[in-house]
Write a protein that binds this ligand. Sequence first.
Ligand code: GLP
Length: 263
Amino acid sequence: MQIVILADAIQIAQYGADLIHKQISAKPCSVLGLATGSTPVALYGELIEANRSGVLSFQSVSTFNLDEYLGLEGSHPQSYRHFMNEHLFKHIDINIHNTAVPPGNAANPIDACRDYEARIEAKGGIDIQLLGIGRNGHIGFNEPSSGLTSRTRVKTLTQATIADNARFFAEGEYQPHLSMTMGIGTIMDSRKVILLATGASKADAIKATVEGPLMASCPASALQMHRDAVLVLDEAAASKLSDREFYKHIERENQKLLAQLGI
Ligand code: GLP
């Protein structure tokens, strides 16, 4: 894992957007895996800005979102489809038919999960998967105890995740307790993973992800086995890492090497 520790959320958004920008520049028909939650919103802002200024085009890009609430129509204001339309898709030149979010309203969610996997495979797999992280170490909606080789499927949400996400729902509004999510195996198949985390509330999850054992109790710890996972953290999210000075040292050395090589 590459651990990048930056000063604040703005730098994190810029760093993550730059990785995605480079990916699309190198391969205009890139397949992106996208995430919801509050953490990636600033990164999406950076991508929108780059698209508006004409330096980045999404015309040939395809996207697959990590997850969706089961039982919500895409038009529901709390659905992740709606979130993606509002925070990214409607502001950029992407073909909306090339954007996929698990269909939370599918008549047969089990078949729909299988179909989602097949659609990712038909596109040649995901080039870059963007991730946030839950306070309990979940990625997508892979809650603790998720199989480390799991595929897209229906998952029950923990009470902790339901409580964390309650802030997006109005008082008394129906809040789903089930989701459709890419599995950990699906995420691990991505050629590159970028996980963003900000704030002290994520510090325990980041500690377990980076320095804990590989275990289903912390689903993000599976990234220890990924060949190209970059964790982009602010100081607060990194605050419980025992070796954080070493991770900063590695980054400085990497930067020096890249500068020497003119990359
Ligand atoms: C939800 C999403 C996750 C996201 C998490 C953290 O549970 N399914 O993909 O990482 O929330 O959200 P936030 O970035 O708002 O802390």
